[in-house]
Design a protein around this ligand. Structure first.
Ligand SMILES: [Zn+2]
Ligand SMILES: [Zn+2]
Length: 316
């Protein structure tokens, strides 16, 4: 990204008020590197509530620090803009995410104070829930077309709600891929439109992606018997896509227990209905200080062959 795009993204990230960028990036990388272990900050094996929001409410597991310190943060931690952002973060977030939108709309078009405050808080809360849902829902419900060895899932529901972050099994398998999703097109992937727009302008450069051949090889290796999701849309009938859609939401309609659990969790997260404001949260995912290859999960990828083309990306 050029500087203009970089500062624009820093601005958008501040609007989401989800911690400063360095902290966000560290939690994100540690999650990828140590998925489903105690070192994963929002380890979904510790339950829905913990991975959704509980992890922010209690002390981190000691392993998060111990293993997390091994994750390479040299790019972000030495970036003057990000260091400055961290320094002024609290004041900037309070101003940009709360004071400016609430009082700005009152000043610009005479908005009512309560209307202005409520819609802004709704925006904030919904952004949080959709973001958190990637750590909870998208590690519990959905399909695993690329890697069965970790809990991350692909889901149409969150592909849509989280503007493309819901292709989470794909994202865990190929974390360097700026598309963060399996489809070549913009299907349920608003983030991709956003990045491609800036690539078209020449502001975003050096975008990394994944070849179909590599996706196929990886899916065969870590998801034997599975269908690589990318081909589902291209090669299957509408009926099959619909079945896939239901499956990807994790709804086993004949299995009452799992259906009820799914519905309870849906109800628990207030974020389902409103999409418009989530653009702000999605900016937190844009590749700001990318060093993506170093966050490929290291621990449970038990099938990585030392000589395979993918293993070079699996850290030791
Ligand atoms: Zn990620
Ligand atoms: Zn994840």
């Amino acid at each position: 990204a050029n500087n203009a795009l970089k500062y624009f993204l820093i601005f958008l990230q501040t609007l989401s008020a989800q911690e400063d960028i360095i902290k966000w990036v560290r939690d994100h990388r540690v999650h990828h590197k140590f998925t489903d272990t105690n070192a994963d900050p929002h380890n979904s094996k510790r339950g829905f509530f913990f991975s959704h929001v509980g992890w922010l409410l209690i002390k981190k597991h000691p392993d998060v620090k111990k293993f997390g310190s091994k994750v390479d943060m040299s790019d972000s931690e030495h970036d003057p803009a990000l260091l400055f952002h961290r320094k002024i973060y609290m004041a900037a977030a309070i101003f940009l995410a709360f004071i400016a939108p609430i009082f700005g709309s009152m000043w610009l078009w005479d908005e009512d104070f309560y209307a202005s405050m409520n819609i802004n808080i709704a925006r904030y809360v919904l952004g949080l829930h959709v973001n958190w849902a990637i750590n909870s829902f998208a590690h519990m419900h959905g399909t695993r077309p690329y890697d069965k060895n970790n809990s991350s899932t692909d889901s149409y529901l969150f592909g849509f709600l989280a503007f493309g972050e819901g292709w989470h099994n794909y994202h865990h398998a190929f974390p360097w891929d700026y598309k963060t999703g399996e489809f070549e097109n913009y299907f349920f992937n608003f983030s991709l439109i956003f990045i491609d727009l800036f690539a078209w302008l020449g502001w975003a450069t050096d975008l990394k992606t994944t070849s179909i051949d590599m996706i196929r090889k990886r899916a065969i290796r870590t998801c034997p018997g599975g269908r690589p999701g990318r081909y589902v849309l291209a090669a299957h009938s509408t009926a099959e896509i619909a079945t896939e859609w239901v499956a990807s939401m994790g709804v086993g309609w004949r299995d009452t227990k799992s259906r009820n659990r799914f519905l309870c969790q849906m109800a628990a997260s207030a974020s389902i209905w409103v999409l418009a404001m989530v653009v702000i949260h999605s900016s937190g995912y844009s590749p700001l200080a990318v060093s993506p290859d170093n966050i490929v999960q290291s621990a449970p990828s038990r099938t990585a062959l030392a000589t395979s083309e993918i293993s070079a990306r699996v850290a030791r």
